[in-house]
Design a protein around this ligand. Structure first.
Ligand code: SF4
Length: 87
């Protein structure tokens, strides 16, 4: 559980301190690696808030590991941790 809390803190820091200093929604919409058809595409702050509230990570985190993992649409922390530990 400590690992998962750490993951949330790092993810928030990455998105809000580094990526979200300047919002480029249209550019992000084009470059988004999530394959789910969703109105939050390109709105990374909304995407992250939505998933973190459900103990999940956004699709782009899973896409970094594998396209199959992203396309499973399982966004749970536990699934992500399992994938990371398998690598
Ligand atoms: S990760 Fe979730 S909220 Fe973000 S664009 Fe994909 S489906 Fe939408």
């Amino acid at each position: 559980m400590v690992y998962l809390n750490y993951l949330v803190i790092i993810t928030r820091k990455l998105f809000f301190d580094r990526i979200m200093t300047e919002c480029k929604q249209e550019e992000r919409k084009v470059n988004c690696t999530c394959t789910y058809d969703c109105h939050r595409r390109g709105k990374c702050c909304e995407c992250l808030d939505y998933h973190l509230a459900m103990s999940q990570l956004p699709g782009c985190a899973f896409a970094k590991i594998s396209k199959e993992a992203e396309r499973s649409y399982n966004r749970d922390f536990d699934y992500f941790a399992t994938l990371v530990l398998k690598k």
